[in-house]
Design a protein around this ligand. Structure first.
Ligand code: CTP
Length: 501
């Protein structure tokens, strides 16, 4: 996705696959705290590959995500972490460090770092250097979407831009915390293009750059960076991979009214989800022909240890019936399914997942869609820590499970901006105040319709369902029907709504 530096004199409009020639240019790279910090390692590698020199300053927060050793190995320069590293002012004072670079790059720039920069605070090495420098400064933000959109952050970014700092626009996409929107760190190649533009160096083709690299005699300060293979072969020099979700202990996606997740980068969570083959089906010539319909179905399983999980009673039947009916109506159907014992309906592309976060990833990977119908009974909570080994009885108190909230997939699709489906439908499993709760849920989750069903009987796991279709213009209650007929009725109404638009 394209990113833009919005300072008027430098607008990057193309994420470039080119290598920038930066021979002899010096970058002071301030690595802030956030999971996107791991991408700073790749940025260092790219700068070195482009023959630039880079000196890293690692903030206290940044050091929680990447090590000074990795940055030192990749940059082939000492990494500075505290003001007190520089107490030998004769050899390397902080003023000198701030000014010996051609460009100061803050990447990732967290909300906190942007705020401190905007306020002119100088209470650590990074902010002191930023205040002391007389060189251009470029900031590459990465944070949770709500933090990026918060009025305070917008104010700080505007102030920094007024002060002459080039603040890149973050990329837009799914957050690791399950939310969608702007806040992702742009790809390192895009950041490199921004740096090159700031340095006003001309890009050249990669082959030329590599030829120049091997043909020149380069002093140690500008020695060629390791190539990819060498980098991979040298253990201490490897870029840090994204920290595993559980190990980081920081990625605690929230839903509903829970507090916002900390700054995260979704790439750390990205998983490739292989969509299964489309089962043989009828020709697509019904009223939903040409529509991509995305459906979630079934329960989710939230692991406790290798043998235990948290689950619910959902059989997946209603979601599968809707997928089958939509396919019969000619739709191109993607069914993201939790663990169920049901065959894939004809004409349906099925993606199997287990946990809520896997379901969120698969939904994200399946967008865009014209219609999304979230039928899954997503577990609201998962255990914060998953035991690597089977938990054993210790003969004393049972273990305490600490729960944390799962991402709200429906609400996040509802807030996904241009990726939001034209028609977004949720289900509401209620045991009391069915319509009132569903009406409130429709608004809270940003859905167009909520299909409310009373699950106080044996609906979950059963074959029949009594539903109420709650829309902005009212409530339509259907009689108790087999789940297949509920699905047909729903697909009829979806086709009518799309035709009316
Ligand atoms: N849903 C979701 N992600 C979640 C929880 C629910 O996408 N983490 C979706 C369901 O697929 C359904 C709708 O939200 O379409 C409502 O689910 P429900 O379980 O009834 O609502 P909750 O948000 O869990 O609210 P509560 O449990 O407080 O009633």
């Amino acid at each position: 996705m394209a990113s833009f530096i919005t300072q008027s004199h430098c607008t990057v409009t193309t994420p470039v696959a080119q290598i920038c020639t930066m021979r002899g240019r010096r970058i002071l790279l301030i690595v802030g705290g956030g999971i996107a910090a791991y991408k700073a390692c790749e940025l260092v590698r790219l700068i070195r590959k482009a023959e630039g020199a880079v000196t890293c300053v690692l903030t206290e927060g940044g050091a929680k995500f990447v090590t000074a050793m990795s940055l030192a190995a990749l940059s082939e320069n000492p990494v500075h972490t505290t003001l007190w590293d520089l107490k030998d002012e004769v050899e390397m004072g902080h003023i000198q460090l701030s000014r010996q670079a051609d460009l100061v790059v803050v990447c990732p720039a967290t909300a906190d770092l942007l705020a401190r920069m905007a306020a002119g605070i100088a209470d650590d090495l990074a902010t002191t250097l930023l205040l002391a420098t007389d060189k251009p400064v470029m900031a590459v933000p990465a944070m949770n979407v709500r933090m990026w959109q918060h009025a305070a952050t917008a104010r700080n970014v505007a102030r920094l831009r007024d002060d002459g700092v080039a603040v890149m626009e973050p990329d837009e996409g799914a957050m690791a915390c399950g939310e969608w929107g702007p806040g992702r760190l742009p790809e390192p190649e895009t950041i490199l293009a921004g740096i090159r533009q700031m340095l006003d160096a001309e890009p050249v083709a990669a082959e030329e750059s590599f030829a120049a690299l091997s043909a020149s005699t380069i002093p140690r300060q500008f020695a060629p960076a390791l190539d990819e293979d060498e980098t991979a072969a040298a253990p201490p020099a490897e870029a840090e991979p994204a920290p595993p979700l559980e190990a980081s202990g920081l990625l605690l996606p929230k839903k509903g009214k829970a507090r916002a997740a900390p700054p995260t980068d979704p790439d750390a969570l990205d998983r490739n989800v292989d969509a299964g083959p489309i089962a043989e089906g009828p020709p697509n010539d019904g009223p939903l022909r040409g529509c991509h319909v995305l459906i979630t179905a079934g329960p989710t399983h939230e692991p406790i240890d290798p043998v235990r999980y948290i689950a619910n009673r959902s059989s997946g039947r209603q979601g599968y019936a809707i997928a089958a009916a939509a396919a019969r109506a000619g739709a191109d159907v993607t069914l993201v399914s939790g663990p169920v014992a049901l065959p894939t309906p004809p004409g349906v592309r099925r993606i199997d997942v287990e946990s809520a976060r896997e379901m969120a990833d698969a939904v994200k990977a399946s967008l865009p869609a014209d219609v999304a119908i979230m039928v899954a009974a997503v577990a609201d909570w998962r255990t914060r820590d998953v035991a690597a080994d089977k938990m054993k009885k210790r003969g004393s108190a049972p273990p305490a499970l600490i729960l944390t909230e799962n991402p709200d997939i429906l609400a996040n699709v509802g807030a996904s901006g241009r990726l939001r489906p034209q028609l977004l439908i949720g289900f509401a499993a209620e045991t009391e105040n069915v319509i009132a709760n569903a009406t409130e849920k429709r608004k809270r989750k940003g859905a167009d319709w909520i299909i409310a069903n009373d699950v106080s009987g044996d609906v979950m796991g059963g074959h029949a369902n009594t539903v109420h279709i709650v829309t902005a213009s009212g409530v339509e209650s259907l009689p108790q029907l087999p789940k297949d007929e509920v699905a047909e009725a729903l697909v009829d109404r979806i086709a009518a709504a799309l035709a009316a638009d």
